[in-house]
Design a protein around this ligand. Structure first.
Ligand code: ZN
Length: 310
């Protein structure tokens, strides 16, 4: 820790920032200490009847706050890149401490659905592709709560689409200090509670949950715009499947074969649905789509469309 504090950022050592904080009047230091204690007690706020979490800065003077913020964020901005002054299990170390790359590697290993290293990886928040440039997200923004900049319970690796505005961005994940209507990736995971369903004829995907979890689901949807993103994927995969059938219809016509029958279209949908893998991105959306496609009106509509191909 001592050598970590010798590092310089913006022309000033981290140690000198720590000294500035140490030199604050006792009343301000007490306010800061109380804030640190309250913020660190985040898990208790997921218990029933919890008091509100602090939503105001503990230091009135913005300069003092910025010193504290820079010191705390340096653990993420500098420490996490070059190596933190401790290992993954918290053991202090002068060199070879935990890095961003270590974290990303371990997170990917733990959350990989298909163990094949060449398989696509899935974002733990949206279920879509994790992508080539996933981001380490601070569930609670580090800008407002720099104390949580390298807190394990506050970090997760998600796709860049989830992390960036207009999706998660810098949005809060609590309502004025209350977490009662919010999921949390570790302290109150929503995976088993959020369900997808489609709405015809809008052809839209909506998120739903048991009544007790509905406010949390609505907040999660608002945070990540899941309904609209899942609807886009739903429509895109629908368009793809329609295109596959059109291509086959054209092929049949070119070869002088009979057109698709209603039963063959149903078989195509059933086979596609049976082949869906839970380890692939967007499995839940594709699964919902497969139900929509099995609707007799939908199969009839496709039959009519294919009949127009000449
Ligand atoms: Zn995502």
């Amino acid at each position: 820790m001592w050598s970590f504090l010798q590092r310089t950022e913006a022309g000033q050592t981290l140690l000198s920032r720590a000294q500035t904080l140490a030199g604050l009047p006792a009343v301000q230091k007490a306010a800061l200490a109380a804030w640190v204690q309250a913020v660190a007690a985040l898990p208790a706020h997921f218990q029933p009847g919890a008091a509100l979490w602090p939503v105001r800065r503990p230091l009135g003077n913005k300069q003092d706050w910025n010193v504290f913020k820079a010191l705390m964020e340096s653990f993420y901005e500098k420490g996490f890149v070059d190596g933190l002054p401790y290992q993954a299990d918290g053991t202090p170390t002068a060199a070879g401490g935990l890095t961003y790359a270590d974290y990303v590697r371990s997170f990917r290993a733990v959350h990989r659905l298909n163990p094949d290293p060449d398989a696509r990886e899935v974002c733990v928040l949206c279920g879509g592709h994790l992508g080539d440039t996933p981001h380490v997200d601070h569930w609670v923004t580090k800008g407002a709560y720099p104390l949580l900049s390298v807190c394990a319970d506050n970090l997760l690796l998600i796709c860049s689409t989830c992390n960036e505005a207009p999706n998660k961005g810098q949005k809060p994940v609590h309502s004025g200090g209350s977490f009662s209507d919010w999921f949390h990736p570790y302290l109150r995971a929503g995976n088993a509670h959020v369900q997808l369903h489609y709405v015809l004829p809008a052809f839209a995907v909506q998120c739903s949950a048991a009544p007790a979890d509905q406010p949390k689901t609505t907040n999660l949807d608002g945070l990540l715009n899941l309904s609209s993103r899942w609807t886009r994927e739903f429509k895109a995969e629908y368009a793809k499947q329609k295109d596959v059938l059109r291509g086959r219809e054209r092929q049949r016509l070119a070869l002088g074969q009979a057109r698709h029958s209603l039963a063959e279209i149903q078989q195509h949908v059933q086979q596609w649905a049976a082949d869906l893998s839970p380890n692939e991105p967007h499995h839940a959306v594709h699964s919902v789509l497969s139900h929509a496609l099995m609707h007799p009106a939908r199969t009839q509509a496709w039959l009519a469309e294919l009949a127009l191909i000449t």
